[in-house]
Design a protein around this ligand. Structure first.
Ligand SMILES: Nc1nc2c(ncn2[C@@H]2O[C@H](COP(=O)(O)OP(=O)(O)OP(=O)(O)O)[C@@H](O)[C@H]2O)c(=O)[nH]1
Ligand SMILES: [Mg+2]
Length: 563
């Protein structure tokens, strides 16, 4: 088999051998490319009618030879990708031929920055196979006006002999300008993009939520951008020009991750990854990433695994998305599909489906166990009050305040992944069980909803729901509506409900919220204020007492529903 990457079909065996002979050859590393090597590459490329690329290390060894088509040749990413020490380049340069004239392309520059290559060298080939002019591109340290240093075209006779020194000087510059030696391209540093045709604040709110999600996943946001366009681009979601700009910004800000506020098809993810040269994530992957980080208990882990596998299943088609962030499958599907053809793909899908079925069984068991606990509580005659609300509304804080508990409350989305129940007494002595629940979020994909349904089902059978809303969030009205929609979907909207607007202390003018509070007969409070907590506890107690009184006043209904 040929050691040359790419399809060698259609080449004469002598041509393939000539290409193979390049491998492991040693050249003068002090030159970006030697005159002789450039000439040879031009000749080989012209003979084959296709572009040729080689990867050379700092000792001058040719580590890889790949063959492209008439228009280009991709950098052999998978085989050579390696982690780079912070502030350093990867020690490899990519030299490629081009059968037409022109500058170094934007996708190639993306490869340069993504892999932190020492340099990219473009060798032009004339129609007759002669060596044309050369161009180089190198990275520039963060904070430079431009992310890349692009040379003008120059002749092979002008190739300089100080390549290694200039690369070392560049690395020193990187180390100097990046104190703390942060890697100039960082997988945990992201550019966020929302593409939306919505008018008004909706798109901005969505972008802000994406920012919060990223933060909750431990990802640093380098920049968040909004593109307003009526329809998403079917190939790349955002428009070409916008994508180019985002790619440039990512390079100059040292971001290695692009997060798109949109559910990406495998094809879109792949297109974006190739065009931007960045790792790509969508909103669902981001939520999965948070869930993965948070899940502490066995139950939580099972739910997260199910959600993750259900998300992966359709994405296996064509392996559009790199699954590294989604974690492996214990030697199963991860990375196994690439290059092994359809058969393997089918097998992986079967393995996945079996695992999904197994996890669903487990979740049913959890549901039954929790259902039993719930029935016990109900049999004991203790009323149940569920605290529900949008992610980060302050549910756990309120729960802790009401029950003197110490459940994890943090300024993160999905700090809570499990329901917690606590029994306590209200001011006039009524015993209740309070339930702290998982936060809601809009547009949760089906797979994730399945995984968390069991958690939310625990709300069923509650005597009262306290719907907590973060009044300080500009998206508060929409979050309120999203939660109400989900409650209705889960048939929980018949349960009596108190709407509570939280974080009053953060409002510049609480009066502005009055119409919304009045409309839902709600109350405005601060979960950190003990007097407010007492007020809410009394209201809960009153509401439960009213229910008891109502039940006593209503004649019992017989089985057929007739009085
Ligand atoms: N200023 C202020 N902050 C609050 C208030 N209530 C909660 N917080 C803060 O809001 C953040 C989120 O609180 P949590 O109680 O974790 O919210 P949650 O609804 O349980 O969040 P998830 O479990 O992630 O859905 C924390 O940093 C709290 O300290 C409040 O009344 N005022
Ligand atoms: Mg919580």
């Amino acid at each position: 088999m040929s050691k040359v990457l790419g399809r060698t079909l259609g080449l004469k065996s002598s041509q393939v051998r000539s290409l193979e002979r390049l491998l492991h050859r040693k050249v003068d590393a002090q030159r970006a490319v030697t005159h002789e090597l450039a000439r040879e590459l031009a000749r080989l490329s012209s003979d084959a009618g296709r572009c040729v690329g080689i990867v050379v290390d700092r000792r001058g060894r040719i580590l890889d030879v790949s063959l492209g088509d008439a228009h280009g040749v991709p950098f052999p990413t998978r085989r050579l990708a390696r982690t780079t020490a912070p502030g350093r380049l990867c020690g490899l340069r990519f030299v490629r031929t081009a059968l037409s004239t022109g500058g170094i392309g934007h996708d190639e520059l993306a490869v340069l920055s993504r892999h932190r290559l020492d340099a990219l060298v473009r060798v032009e080939v004339g129609r007759d196979g002669s060596l044309g002019s050369l161009r180089t591109a190198t990275l520039l340290p963060p904070g430079s006006a431009e992310p890349y240093d692009l040379s003008p075209p120059f002749a092979a006779t002008a190739i300089r002999a100080d390549f290694l020194e200039s690369i070392e000087a560049l690395e020193e510059e990187f180390a100097r300008t990046a104190p703390g030696a942060r890697a100039a391209v960082d997988r945990d540093r992201a550019i966020l993009v929302t593409v939306s045709g919505e008018r008004g604040d909706l798109a901005q709110e969505s972008l802000e939520e994406l920012r919060e999600l990223a933060r909750s996943a431990g990802i640093e946001v380098a920049e968040a951008r909004l593109q307003r366009r009526e329809r998403v681009d079917p190939a790349t979601v955002m428009g070409r020009g916008f994508l180019e700009e985002v790619t440039r910004r990512a390079a100059s800000l040292g971001a290695g991750l692009l997060i798109v506020d949109e559910e990406l098809t495998p094809r879109q993810a792949k297109n974006l990854e190739l065009a931007a040269g960045l790792e790509v994530m969508d909103r669902t992957m981001l939520i999965l990433e948070i869930f993965g980080r948070r899940a502490g208990t066995r139950d939580g882990k099972i739910r997260v695994e199910l959600a993750r596998l259900q998300y992966m299943l359709p994405h296996l088609i064509g392996r559009g998305i790199e699954m590294s962030r989604l974690g492996g499958l214990g030697g199963g599907a991860k990375g196994a599909v690439r290059g092994l053809g359809e058969q393997k793909l089918e097998l992986d899908r079967r393995v996945l489906r079996r695992r999904i079925d197994h996890l669903k069984d487990e979740i049913d068991k959890i549901g039954r166990r929790r259902g039993e606990m719930r029935r016990h509580r109900m049999a004991a005659g203790v009323p149940q009050v569920s605290i529900v609300g949008y992610a980060n509304a302050g549910k756990s804080t309120l729960f802790n305040a009401l029950t003197a508990e110490n459940v994890r409350a943090e300024d993160l989305l999905f700090a809570t992944l499990e329901t917690t129940a606590r029994r306590c007494r209200l001011p006039h002595g009524t015993e209740v069980v309070f339930l702290d629940t998982v936060g809601f979020i809009r547009d949760l994909p089906e797979g994730l909803r399945d995984a968390f349904r069991a958690t939310l089902e625990e709300i069923d059978g509650s005597d009262l729901i306290v719907h907590l809303v973060d009044a300080s969030n500009p998206a508060c009205p929409r979050q309120l509506a999203a939660v109400e929609g989900t409650l209705a979907e889960l048939h929980l909207d018949a349960i009596p409900r108190i709407t509570v607007f939280n974080k009053r202390d953060r409002l510049a003018d609480p009066g502005l919220l009055a119409p919304l509070v009045d409309k839902s007969a709600g109350m405005l409070l601060c979960a950190l204020d003990p007097a407010d907590i007492r007020g809410l506890a009394s209201r809960v107690e009153r509401s439960l007492a009213e229910q008891v009184a109502e039940r006593l006043a209503t004649p019992p209904v017989d089985r057929d529903g007739e009085e």
